[in-house]
Design a protein around this ligand. Structure first.
Ligand SMILES: *Cc1c(COP(=O)(O)O)cnc(C)c1O
Length: 219
């Protein structure tokens, strides 16, 4: 079942779009099934769960932390995490840089932007992001690379609204690319789109979709 769903989704994806299989709350056996179907990128939203699963699963998996990350937990994933999707503060960036240094590596992150109408979502505005990027503390972070942006659209039936919200994230990406990240070839990722809205996200320029329930079933 899981293998079929992965194959169905990947068959429809443009080559420019990566599938992150969001496996939060699902047992290791489900992840193994996805792995056996060829899936190598997995997303988790809790640090402890990600670490526990990484310990027992194959080492060539790319682990993506997609949920809100607390500074005191960065150290647990710093040795091996592939990409941290939801970075929305300077304090967190500084801590990720510190832990990356300790592990003698560089860690890739995405800046999370608030694009939904809902109040509860985390994320920066374009102005906040630019202020952060231009700050001295950020400029001195040598062990992190900001490789792009991430956002979540509102959970609404109005597809036009979802289109507009994803367009706004693409617009933010384009502005940052044209200014702060002008000469950085690695600033190229737009992480947007989940089970309910990834087709729309792809139409609006997504390069990474984070899909859980359409692969593993409801939670
Ligand atoms: C859970 C989660 C997803 C996946 O959601 P589905 O609707 O199950 O595809 C994507 N992104 C984030 C940040 C999540 O927390």
């Amino acid at each position: 079942m899981i293998a079929e769903r992965i194959n169905e989704i990947t068959a429809t994806l443009p080559e420019t779009v990566a599938l992150i299989a969001v496996s939060k709350t699902k047992p290791v056996s489900d992840l193994q099934e996805a792995y056996d179907a060829g899936q190598r990128a997995f997303g988790e939203n809790k640090v402890q769960e990600l670490v526990d699963k990484a310990e027992v699963l194959p080492k060539d998996i790319h682990w993506h932390l997609i949920g809100h990350l607390q500074t005191n937990k960065v150290k647990y994933i710093a040795p091996f995490v592939h990409l941290i999707h939801a970075v929305d503060s300077l304090k967190l960036l500084v801590e990720i840089n510190k832990q990356a240094e300790k592990n003698e590596r560089s860690i890739d992150v995405l800046l999370q932007f608030h694009i939904a109408q809902e109040e509860t979502k985390f994320g920066l505005s374009l102005e906040e992001a630019q202020e952060l990027i231009e700050s001295e503390s950020f400029q001195s972070c040598q062990n992190i690379r900001v490789v792009g942006v991430m956002g979540m659209a509102s959970f609404v039936d109005d597809e036009q609204q979802v289109h507009r919200e994803f367009q706004s994230l693409k617009g933010i990406f384009d502005q940052l690319k044209a200014s702060n990240f002008k000469d950085n070839a690695y600033f190229k990722e737009i992480s947007m789109g989940m089970s309910g809205d990834y087709q729309i996200a792809i139409e609006e320029g997504s390069t990474m979709i984070r899909v859980g329930s359409s692969i593993f079933g409801g939670r």
